[in-house]
Design a protein around this ligand. Sequence first.
Ligand SMILES: Cc1cc2nc3c(=O)[nH]c(=O)nc-3n(C[C@H](O)[C@H](O)[C@H](O)COP(=O)(O)O)c2cc1C
Length: 200
Amino acid sequence: MVGVSGASGTPYAAAVLRALFEAGESVDLIVSRAARLTILDETGMSFRDGHWQDDLAAWLGTPPGDVRYWPAGDLAAGPSSGSYPVRGLVVVPASTAACAGIAIGLSKDLLQRAAEVSLKERRRVVVVPRETPVTRSHLEHLITLHDAGAVVLPASPGFYGAGAGASAQQLVDFVAGKVLDALGVPHTLFRRWTGELNAN
Ligand SMILES: Cc1cc2nc3c(=O)[nH]c(=O)nc-3n(C[C@H](O)[C@H](O)[C@H](O)COP(=O)(O)O)c2cc1C
C-alpha cells in the first residue's frame, strides 16, 4: 500500500509507484487531501477522486499497473481494518503532520488509519519524511514510529553511483530504490555499491 501525504517530494511517490508496478506488485493507493496541493504545485496536475485513473496515469507518465484507489476521506474503506490484506505500507513523502498523526494514533484520515493498522498488525511500514530542519517533536514522532516497527527512511539521496553529474531523477530514484529495498521488492533504480571508488 502506498500513502502519499502532503509533504514536498511527490516525485519520490511517483518513482516508488512506477517501480512497484514494474515489479508486478498490486498497489493500494491513498492520496491525502494535502497531497493534492503538492501534486498540483510540483507537477501542475490535478489529482481528483472522481478521475483518479486518468490523473494517476498523467502524473506517472505511464499507464499504472494493478492499482486499487481509496479516497482518503473514506474511513470505512478496506484498509481501515487490520483484516484487509496488505503486505506492507509506505508513506511517501511523509509530512510531519502524517508522521505525528500515525505516531499518536490520530487516524484523521484513511492514510493515517491504514498506517496505524499496519503497525499494529506488525506489517512492514516505511515512512519517508522530507522536512528539514526538524524540531524535537518531529524527531520524537519518528522515534515513536521506529519503536513501533516502522523503517524511518528520510528522503536523503546518496550521491555515490550516479556521481557529481547526477540528475534530479537519479537522486529521486536513489530514494525510491531504498524504499523498495525496505519493502523487499526487487528493482533496478540505482547502481549498488560494489566497493570500488568512482575515481576519475
Ligand atoms: C506546496 C506545499 C508543500 C509542503 N511541503 C511540506 C513538506 O515538505 N513537509 C511537510 O511536512 N509538510 C509540508 N507541507 C504542509 C503539509 O501539506 C500540511 O502539514 C498538511 O496538513 C499535511 O497533511 P497530510 O499529512 O494529511 O497530507 C506542504 C504544503 C504545501 C501546500
